[in-house]
Design a protein around this ligand. Structure first.
Ligand SMILES: [Zn+2]
Length: 495
């Protein structure tokens, strides 16, 4: 199975988001393998319109109508965008106070836009081979958090566990909710659904509202599929061979008795062989394997020290800061190595951050997502890119872009890093001791940071062990990196 990266839940100007659909698809193609764009379509139990709710009710209704009026065009554009290099799915979103929000996703280009009261009715009456995905599940019950009492895993086999809203895994999970929709409620978490015995897979997506699918740091999913085709990726989604990441593309392999993540299998033995392999993008903080939500195996990052035989390293170059609120600041970067080889370059690019319309924002910004962030070229000894950044909205909310290069070599491998004309030659050994930062101007400046290099023993881990347990069990894995990036890997269920 191969690993493909995508975003199944994001918004743009086809409803009450911002930015054109064309730019959204261009952005998605530039750094993802697959994507669905989920126009806001309906809210069957929308609050009654009165003086206080007028703004919210009106912008939703206008957005729903906009999607309805242009549905044929949207559907056609999404269908046309599906190619050999980039896979699309048809989708749209249902808000629901009663059921919690869901989006319908299907590979069927004939998906009709119809209005129904529940995710199950919507899916059934669409006539498509589809699923619904529950998202931002952690909100207050009745206030668009998930309603586990009405949950049906046959309709909703995937739960979006993290997005721009935050993380809904559990009461103690990272990224609690701070959107104006309110706090994370401990009754509406992923753990609660698993405790109730439901079987579902984990996905992440951005829920971006300015047309930048896959925007770094907002959530993404990996799907395990045989090939990069619509049918193969669809098979992976339907069978829950998925996991969620908050930002970094952490490579996770996880199996129990040879069954892949998301499997639901009959219980035949009380002995289970658990195997995992993790390749992170920064220092691993911890890897935890849970049986029935109890931790049974912990790999501790503090014990993962560089080894003398290490021959792979990751260098992260992060760009941004400054005081440019609206105007994009351009970056051009390049890494060149001698006596080494560039194995991979991971883009960590962001769009402008918008989560929902506000009364003060202009909605006619079709170009808000015309941001041509790209890896320009990659070869054995060189990688180059361009990206554009705006200032961080607050000191604890980064809006930076980054590129992570994995380099095969030794500590003596020479690395030349050139960012906007600032060039420095150094060695991997030196970068393992210190990273560095530079500013573009004297004050309130855009800046970049070359992070301290990470050695492969610090970002990779694998293990295999046996667990003895009588009775039904499900196993899942969570991975944390020291840079606050996480992966949540779908459970394997024995029943
Ligand atoms: Zn949404």
């Amino acid at each position: 199975m191969n690993r493909y990266w995508g975003d199944l839940h994001n918004h743009c100007g086809i409803t009450y988001g911002y930015g054109s659909l064309k730019h959204a698809l261009d952005r998605a193609k530039s750094h993802l393998d697959f994507c669905a764009v989920t126009g806001h379509a309906m809210w069957p139990d929308i609050p009654e319109r009165n003086e206080e709710t007028a703004f919210v009710v009106d912008f939703h209704r206008r957005g729903f109508q906009k999607l309805y009026d242009h549905w044929e065009e949207v559907r056609h554009t999404i269908a046309e965008a599906n190619t050999e290099d980039f896979i699309t799915f048809q989708a749209y979103e249902m808000h629901s106070s009663l059921y919690g929000d869901h989006h319908i996703v299907t590979p069927d280009d004939s998906l009709p836009l119809i209005y129904r009261d529940s995710p199950a009715q919507l899916l059934h009456d669409s006539g498509c081979d589809g699923i619904t995905v529950a998202h931002h599940i952690g909100y207050t019950p009745g206030y668009r958090g998930i309603n586990w009492d009405l949950y049906d895993p046959a309709v909703t086999p995937l739960i979006e566990v993290c997005s721009k809203h935050g993380c809904g895994m559990s009461e103690t999970a990272p990224y609690p909710y701070y959107h104006n929709m309110g706090p994370r409620d401990s009754r509406c978490t992923v753990y609660e659904g698993l405790k109730r015995g439901f079987h579902f897979g984990f996905v992440g997506s951005t829920d971006h509202h300015a047309g930048y699918p896959g925007s770094y740091g907002d959530g993404k999913l990996a799907v395990l599929a045989e090939s990069k085709t619509r049918s193969a990726i669809w098979d992976g989604l339907k069978n829950r061979r998925t996991y969620a990441v908050t930002g970094d593309r952490i490579k996770c392999d996880f199996s129990v008795d040879g069954h892949l993540m998301g499997s639901i299998v009959p219980l035949t033995s009380p002995r289970h062989q658990i195997s995992y392999r993790v390749e992170g993008c920064a220092n691993i903080d911890k890897i935890v394997i849970y049986r029935n939500l109890n931790p049974i195996h912990i790999a501790e990052g503090l014990t993962m020290m560089p080894k003398s035989e290490d021959n792979r390293y990751k260098i992260r170059i992060e760009m941004g800061w400054g005081n440019n609120e609206q105007e994009l600041f351009p970056w051009k970067g390049r890494i060149r190595v001698s006596d080494g080889q560039i194995l991979e370059a991971e883009p960590c690019f962001r769009g402008r951050s918008v989560l929902a319309p506000s009364a003060s924002q202009d909605v006619s910004q079709d170009n808000i997502n015309e941001i041509d962030n790209r890896i320009l070229s990659i070869s054995d000894d060189s990688v180059s890119w361009q990206c554009f950044t705006v200032k961080n909205p607050s000191p604890v909310q980064p809006q930076t872009c980054a590129v992570i290069a994995e380099i095969q070599g030794s500590r003596d491998t020479v690395v030349e890093i050139e960012i906007n004309g600032h060039c420095r030659r150094t060695s991997i050994g030196e970068l393992c001791r210190y990273g560095y930062s530079e500013h573009m101007k004297p004050y309130h400046s855009q800046a970049y940071k070359v992070h301290t290099a990470v050695s492969c023993s610090q970002y990779t881990a694998e293990n295999s062990f046996t667990d003895e347990w009588e009775g039904p069990a499900f196993y899942h894995m969570e991975v944390a990196q020291t840079n606050q990036q996480w992966a949540f890997v779908s459970p394997i269920f024995f029943e």
